[in-house]
Every structure is written in C-alpha cells, then in structure tokens.
Design a protein around this ligand. Structure first.
Ligand code: NAD
Ligand code: TDX
Length: 335
C-alpha cells in the first residue's frame, strides 16, 4: 500500500508517520508538507532513512504538485495538512481558508483523477460548535463552527462529503477531540503551559478557565485513523475521543503539580473571542463498528507528555525562536 500523508511534519502527522512505519513497515509512506511555522522535520529524525519513507516539500494548494504526487501510484491519501491554531485564525483568517478549504479541494481533485482507493480527511470536533453542560457530539450533530479555524475545517469536510456524493470518491472523515503528546507545537495549551511553567513565567488562562476540552493521547488518535483506513465504511464519518473531559484550569493545575511549581503562576487573561465552552465526543460508533479502544488514560498520558517535554527541552526551545517569537509577542506581549 502506498500512503500519501499530508502535513506529516506537524504534531499529529509526524506521530502518525512514525506509528504507521512501525505498524506496517512494508507500506510506502510519502509525507508531503509545506513546512510552515508548524512543520518540523526534526520530529521525523528516527525514520528519515527508513527505506519506505519519503519526504516531499510542497503545498497542498499547488495543483500541479499534488497531481504529480498522487499520480505516482498513491492508494490512500490521509489529509492532516492544515492551519490548526484557533488563536492564529482570529488574527489571520485568510491562510486558514486557503489551506483548509482550497487545499482540501485541490487534493480531492487529484484523488478523483487518479482514482485513489480512499481519501481520509482528518477533521475536528470543533466543526460541531460548542456544547452546553450536557450532551455529547455524535456524527449526526449539525455543523455549527464558531471560529475561522473551525469554519475552514467544516468547509473542507463539506467538500469531502460532496466529492463522495457527486463523484463517488471513496472517503472517510474523522473528527477527533483535542490531542496531546510528544511533538505538539508549544502554542497549544498543554505544551505552552509546560514550557512557561518551567521558565517560571505567567500561565495565561483564558476567561474563567472553566472551558472544557475532551483530551486524546496522540497515539490513540493514530490507531483510530489506522483502523479507519482499513475498516472504515466508505462515505462515513467517525468521531474519535477518549472520554477525558477536563476544564482548562484543571489541566494547568495538574501540570503545575507535576512540575512542582506554584499555582500563583496562573494568570487569568481576557477570553478568546467566540471561545467554545465545552467539547465532548461520543465515540460509540468507532468503538462498536471498528473496535477502536484508546490505550491511554488522561492520568497516564499527561504524565508521559510532561516527561517527554522535560526530556526534549532542546526540541521546544529551538522552536521558541524565529517566526514563533513574532507570533508570541503579538499574542502574549512576550514569551
Ligand atoms: P500542526 O499545526 O501541528 O501541523 C500542521 C502541518 O501541516 C504542519 O507540518 C504544516 O507545515 C503543514 N501544512 C500547513 N499548511 C500546509 C499547506 N498549505 N500545504 C502542506 N502542508 C501544510 O497541526 P496538528 O495539530 O498536527 O493537526 C493536524 C490535523 O489534525 C489538522 O488537520 C487539524 O485540523 C486536525 N486536528 C488537530 C487536533 C489537535 O488537537 N491538534 C484535534 C483535532 C483535529
Ligand atoms: O494560552 C492559552 N490559554 C488558554 O486558556 C491557550 C493557547 C489556550 N487556552 C484555552 C483555550 C481552549 O479552551 O485552552 C483550551 C485549548 O486551547 P488550544 O490548545 O488552543 O486548543 P483548541 O482551541 O481547543 O483547539 C485544539 O483542538 C482541536 C487544536 O488546536 C485544534 O487544531 C483542534 O481542531
């Protein structure tokens, strides 16, 4: 099997490339990534000389490049490539529409032309909008995205659906909850708080800190996508979540406790505009129909993640320079 993984130099994509080479060492994996600020080939050092792994630097909005790549005998496309950070989408929505909507359509066209056997769109629970105090997102929940990021992901998802309905393209869409684990870019809540706490910096918690996210260890997300590639029923959507709803302030306090740092570092700051209050995934469909089960509880996953950031300080301190520094100054005043 020849897999084209887009966005494979990012957080989840790089974990997925490594996971797939371990699970299926005979598969050919081509990783295409534009290497934006979020793309980092350092993540893939352990597999760079694997005989079945290739990297191609290209943008998913580049029609000729995607046509040429997918035309080289690709069986399955897994589309991770995206602009992924909600706060950035509030500052600069245009690039989100370009990559997440137009880029998806360019990939779909090439996948249709070259008759791939499956196109997997990696999406997010954020397309469902926000929950109140009760209930969970199912695959039937209407799409009501609230941020430019989630609206652009919903746009991509709807194109995937349309290519299935109109052209019979064999597709699956996966929608998962918040991922955490090794190689997550330190702009996202968990690595941001770990890195700032280690520097004894202020930890900026938005609003009252009581917004809820449903956390999923990245390796469990990878195993779910592996199952969807092999067993997912064409045209179906699969929600992926680990039943780990936690408030943001609980996460931050857990990190402080693990690192032996004081809660006085917590600083409540102005809320994110359009901040979704609660996400919670109902994973019944993927559990019952495909037999997926997460291996990690939040309690073990967060400990492993904190340890990884402690062991890999050089990885994230290198990132906290250059382009990221400019963004951090805009967002937080300083790093
Ligand atoms: P990330 O920001 O860490 O990585 C994105 C990768 O895509 C980077 O390597 C970047 O260089 C690449 N990329 C961006 N624009 C590109 C373009 N135009 N052409 C080619 N490559 C491009 O993101 P992530 O957290 O790993 O998320 C991966 C996917 O999973 C995204 O589609 C995201 O919407 C989805 N998702 C993420 C989470 C999460 O918690 N991180 C949760 C649900 C869904
Ligand atoms: O400094 C912060 N302070 C804070 O309180 C940051 C960066 C975040 N937060 C809050 C906002 C959210 O309620 O923490 C929560 C998590 O924030 P992010 O890490 O930015 O993630 P989120 O907005 O929930 O989106 C993530 O999960 C779904 C990914 O970035 C998306 O790509 C994915 O689709």
């Amino acid at each position: 099997m020849k897999l084209l993984v887009t966005g494979g130099a990012g957080f989840i994509g790089s974990n997925f490339v490594m996971y797939m080479l371990q699970q299926h060492p005979d598969y050919q994996i081509v990783n295409v990534d534009a290497l934006t600020y979020a793309g980092n080939l350092e993540n893939l050092k352990s597999v760079e000389s694997h005989p079945n792994y290739t990297f191609v630097k290209a943008d998913i909005t580049d029609v000729q490049a995607m046509d040429a790549l997918i035309g080289q005998g690709v069986d399955v496309v897994v589309n991770f490539a995206a602009e992924s950070h909600v706060d950035r989408s509030i500052l600069e929505p245009d690039v989100f529409v370009k990559t997440n909507v137009l880029g998806t359509q360019v990939l779909l066209d090439a996948a249709k032309k070259h008759k791939v056997t499956k196109f997997v769109q990696v999406s997010t629970d954020e397309v469902y909008g926000t929950l109140g105090a009760t209930g969970l997102f199912t695959e039937e929940t209407p799409l009501t995205p609230n941020s430019p990021y989630s609206a652009s992901k919903a746009g991509g998802d709807l194109l995937v659906r349309a290519y299935h309905e109109t052209f019979g393209l064999p597709v699956n869409i996966t929608r998962c909850s918040n991922n955490y684990g090794p190689y997550q870019f330190p702009e996202k809540l968990i690595p941001l708080m770990i890195s700032r706490a280690l520097a004894d910096g202020a930890l900026p918690v938005y609003g009252d800190g009581l917004n809820i996210r449903d956390w999923l260890y990245v390796e469990d997300h990878c195993s779910a996508i592996d199952l969807v590639i092999h067993k997912g029923v064409l045209g179906e959507v699969y929600n992926i979540g680990g039943n780990n709803e936690r408030t943001n302030v609980h996460i931050v306090k857990t990190i402080l406790q693990e690192l032996g740092k004081p809660e006085s570092l917590i600083t409540y700051v102005q809320d994110r505009p359009g901040h979704d209050r609660r996400y919670g995934i109902d994973p019944t469909k993927i559990t019952n129909e495909l037999g997926w089960k997460p291996k990690h509880t939040f309690e073990t996953g967060i400990k492993e993640t904190i340890q990884w950031y402690l062991n890999n300080k050089e990885w994230w301190t290198r990132i906290q320079s250059g382009e990221y520094q400019k963004y951090a100054e805009k967002q937080y005043g300083s790093r």
